[in-house]
Ligand binder design. Structure first.
Ligand SMILES: Nc1ncnc2c1ncn2[C@@H]1O[C@H](COP(=O)(O)OP(=O)(O)OP(=O)(O)O)[C@@H](O)[C@H]1O
Ligand SMILES: [Mg+2]
Length: 478
């Protein structure tokens, strides 16, 4: 298949593809779509950012259009499972783009968001449910969904879905579906540890492996800096000063992500953060703000490592090393997508040297070692800004809790607040020579970020017009 037009697709899907600039399939699409359209099981591995989503969304939609009006149990005909809520929401966007005017409807079923809306969408006749396993199992156990009519199951990030954390829920979900269903498994990585589980969830699958699947995407330059823990913030700031574009920075822990994002903000960088301890509203706002360019830096745990597509992220930073080599591939793969180039920089302490070698061996790559010279003056300036901001924040916090603890009478509250040395919200804050918000205007707006490089395959050229605008894992929750 050289062009989507060669496929026997519904006219609505055809025109949706054209409308969104999808003309030439990517290699994984060219190989996965025809057998998937025939109803075969597919296990596909292809590098990050090479269009796997459309590789399953298109056949699912086309098959549902073809089966419309046929009798079955319940409405739900297809279930797409994703490891994170944000990814489920993003996958739904692709289904909506390609499924417009087909009469096929979707429902997103994820935790942390209003369940009554999700149930309304299912009851209104959604044939495709795009879900995270936890919420879907919950609905199943409460008998709020019926999966007995499901003909197609898709596991995006299949290896992640099949690993220990998700497996019990996944088994329950799959066993609620008919055995004869079609199963489609997609990921950039399927490590050996889950290959037996892959075998048990598919039947005579067509196997597709594009590129060197154990390698990071080819459009990502891999850099490594050996650095002391205490110098990492300074190095990140140097990179932010010297390079254009938006940065996705990975932290190992939720607490670390909070601290780093706050310290970036305190030193004048537009930064936000996403991790599992934030409310879904905060998570959505952080990702949306990063996509819109409101924030130049998104600090994230591995909750953002898989599948998330943000146009033109220039730089991924492993502020902390990933837990397993596969995570390295997925993290690095948030840049260098859709034919663009990107950089993935890894900050490693001397003690972590052997970890770096392990990643290099596992992925069969050599990272470029780059020098770093700590800038004593800028480190001191940062430390001062952070300390000042901490004092300012502590004072604000104290004022806030004093206000919250005060009796509701206006007169009494006023005198109480005055009693702790302030006059209320509009009072002059302690001045440390910077604005009260701690933000400077120094950071560049994300929409001015340069997009870099490109490839030569025909579908790579079309990338630019497509899209919205034209080892062992420790039990760490992210
Ligand atoms: N045939 C195509 N032509 C042009 N652009 C495409 C095509 N297919 C997909 N894209 C675009 O490529 C980008 C990346 O696609 P997608 O998110 O599906 O990658 P992926 O392979 O799932 O990556 P990951 O492994 O990180 O999940 C999206 O912006 C998408 O719109
Ligand atoms: Mg994907």
């Amino acid at each position: 298949m050289k062009e989507f037009s060669e496929l026997n697709l519904s006219s609505a899907i055809r025109s949706n593809l054209a409308k969104h600039g999808f003309v030439t399939p990517t290699p994984v699409q060219a190989q996965a779509i025809p057998p998937a359209l025939e109803g075969k099981d597919v296990v596909a591995t292809a590098q990050t950012g090479t269009g796997k989503t459309l590789g399953f969304a298109l056949p699912v939609l086309q098959r549902l259009v073809e089966s419309q009006g046929k009798p079955g149990t319940g409405n739900i005909r297809a279930v797409v499972l994703s490891p994170t809520r944000e990814l489920a929401i993003q996958i739904n966007e692709t289904f909506m783009k390609i499924g417009g005017n087909t009469g096929v409807r979707t429902a997103v079923v994820v935790g942390g968001m209003d369940e009554s809306r999700q149930l309304r969408a299912i009851r209104a006749g959604a044939q495709i449910v795009i879900a995270t396993p936890g919420r879907l199992v919950d609905f199943l156990q409460r008998r709020l969904v019926d999966l007995r009519g499901v003909n197609i199951a898709v596991l995006d990030e299949a290896d992640r879905m099949l690993d220990m954390g998700f497996l019990p829920s996944l088994k329950q979900i799959l066993s609620a579906m008919p055995e004869g269903r079609q199963t489609l498994l997609f990921s950039a990585t399927i490590e050996k540890s889950v290959s037996h589980l892959v075998e048990s969830s598919v039947r005579n699958p067509v196997r597709i492996a594009i590129g060197a699947i154990t390698k990071p995407a080819e459009h990502v330059d891999l850099h490594v800096y050996e650095i002391e823990q205490g110098h990492k913030l300074d190095l990140l700031q140097q990179l932010l000063r010297n390079q254009d574009g938006s940065f996705l920075v990975f932290s190992r822990t939720k607490h670390g992500a909070d601290r780093l994002a706050r310290n970036l903000e305190r030193t004048g960088v537009n930064a936000t953060r996403i991790h599992g301890d934030r409310t879904q509203g905060q998570r959505n706002a952080a990702l949306a703000g990063f996509k819109e360019g409101k924030f130049r830096v998104l600090v994230a745990t591995d909750v953002a490592a898989r599948g998330i597509h943000v146009d033109g992220i220039a730089h991924v930073v492993n502020f902390d090393l990933p837990q397993v080599p596969e995570d390295f591939i997925h993290r690095a793969g948030r840049t260098g997508r859709a034919g663009l180039r990107g950089i993935a920089s890894t900050f490693s302490t001397r003690a972590e040297r052997s970890e770096i070698r392990r990643i290099e061996r596992a992925l069969n790559v050599k990272m470029q070692q780059l020098p770093f010279t700590a800038n004593a003056a800028s480190m001191a300036a940062n430390a001062k800004m952070i300390a000042e901001a901490e004092i300012r924040e502590a004072v604000e916090e104290q004022q806030q809790s004093a206000r919250a603890a005060a009796p509701t009478s206006h007169v009494v509250r006023k005198s109480f607040v005055a009693g702790v040395g302030a006059k209320g919200p509009s009072s002059k804050k302690p001045s440390f020579g910077r604005s009260a918000s701690g933000k400077s205007t120094g950071s560049k707006p994300a929409n001015k970020h340069k997009k870099v490089g490109g490839g030569s395959a025909p579908w790579r050229k079309e990338w630019r017009s497509a899209g919205p605008a034209g080892g062992r894992r420790e039990a760490v929750t992210v």
